[in-house]
Design a protein around this ligand. Structure first.
Ligand code: BGC
Length: 377
């Protein structure tokens, strides 16, 4: 940290001297800051990859995929997991910068907590790619690679309706009016994606709540009431137990639960199992192996599969482009406003998975082995 700060101060002084002497504007003289690097100039450079946690297998896969792709492009990689701790992630990024990383790929824990680190990165002309989760409140995010997050939510909402029989396999209304008793869950409030998932899901579910086909028995329909801090399975389980005790104690049947992530889905299903009630229709996300097994066993209804190999490839390619003076390919330049700027993004497409297509999507694509999804580990 200290060494880097001294370098920055020295460089800034040099820049000031050059500018004062009329040697051009911008940050000329600061180790090429702001310059477009020549092709090959960063060959073999160090790239920092900051991932949030190892408690969910998707992030382990993400880290491994990004690392492998970067290494295949000839880069050195510093891959770190922050145990869902914001200070730990801040420190890891600082240490990546101290070690001379030329670009960062960051899946943030709290998307608003990295402003200082990214300002430091920008001061060192280090490029920043937000990975899967947008980093908010900072001008120093160069690109964003993710899945279409609102679509994930739409798929979750639609899948809940399909599981309940309100929609058919083609997404057509079957005319069933229920009422079906449901509960809603959302992700971590500090993760920008959580709002997108919930908004997407509610765009599909709200009309059915309004006309009484769906009844949220607890009455909890606001994001702030249903969000689960840090996406924790245990917190979702505790909330579900609470809801069952309060709103379903008199034998009211729970038909379905909107869940935005497989870890939460398993917490919810642990609670319904412990209560000895039939499995409700439960959605999910990430096609994690323990949930894949539950889907094959008919316990969890669905998940949303996001092929993180694609995300890793795109992130690594973006790094390679920016470090070689090329403009990375993007396909969305309007949706992801991080409160300071619209961050140019590349969105991949998520896929809904149920028992019917799990093997085809998750196994035949080579993402997980058949043994893995059948064993759930
Ligand atoms: C990711 C999801 C994941 C969740 C919990 C979100 O930011 O987009 O894929 O389920 O975090 O880890």
């Amino acid at each position: 940290m200290r060494a880097r700060k001294i370098m920055v101060v020295a460089a800034a002084t040099a820049a000031f001297a050059l500018t004062a002497a009329g040697c051009g504007g911008g940050r000329a003289g600061v180790e090429g800051a702001g310059d477009t690097p020549a092709a090959g100039a960063n060959k073999g450079a160090l790239i920092g990859v900051a991932m949030p946690t190892k408690t969910s297998e998707r992030w382990i896969d993400d880290g491994n995929n990004v690392k492998a792709k970067l290494e295949s492009l000839g880069y050195k990689v510093d891959l770190q997991y922050a145990n869902d701790s914001v200070p730990q992630q801040q420190q890891q990024i600082e240490s990546m910068l101290n070690n001379g990383a030329k670009a960062l790929i960051v899946a943030s824990i709290d998307g608003t907590a990295l402003t200082q680190q990214l300002a430091d990165a920008s001061g060192d002309n280090v490029k920043v790619i937000a990975y899967d989760r947008l980093i908010n409140g900072s001008p120093n995010v160069d690109y964003y690679v993710t899945f279409d997050n609102e679509k994930v939510g739409v798929q979750q909402g639609t899948s809940l309706l399909t599981g309940l029989g309100v929609l058919d396999a083609d997404g057509k209304d079957t005319g069933k009016t229920g009422p079906f008793n449901v509960e809603l869950f959302a992700g971590s409030p500090d993760d920008n994606n959580a709002q997108f998932f919930f908004k997407g899901a509610m765009s599909v579910l709200q009309p059915y709540i309004d006309k009484g086909t769906l009844k949220v028995v607890s009455g909890q329909t606001e994001f702030s009431q249903v969000a689960i801090q840090q996406w924790k399975l245990e917190t979702a389980q505790a909330r579900m137990e609470n809801l069952l005790n309060k709103s379903y104690a008199k034998g009211t049947k729970l038909d379905g639960v909107l869940s935005p992530y497989d870890g939460l889905s398993r917490g919810i299903l642990n609670a319904t199992k412990a209560a000895g009630i039939p499995n409700p229709i439960v959605t999910g996300q990430d096609a994690e192996k323990p949930s894949d097994k539950l889907i094959l066993d008919g316990v969890q209804y669905s998940t949303v599969f996001k092929d993180t190999r694609k995300l890793g490839d795109t992130a690594a390619t973006m790094v390679d482009d920016v470090l070689n003076g090329k403009t990375p390919e993007t396909n969305d330049t309007t949706t992801y406003n991080n409160k300071v700027k619209v961050v140019p993004a590349y969105l991949h497409q998520p896929v809904v998975v149920t028992k019917d297509n799990l093997i085809k999507e998750v196994v035949d694509s080579g993402y997980y082995t058949k043994e893995g999804v059948e064993k759930g580990e």
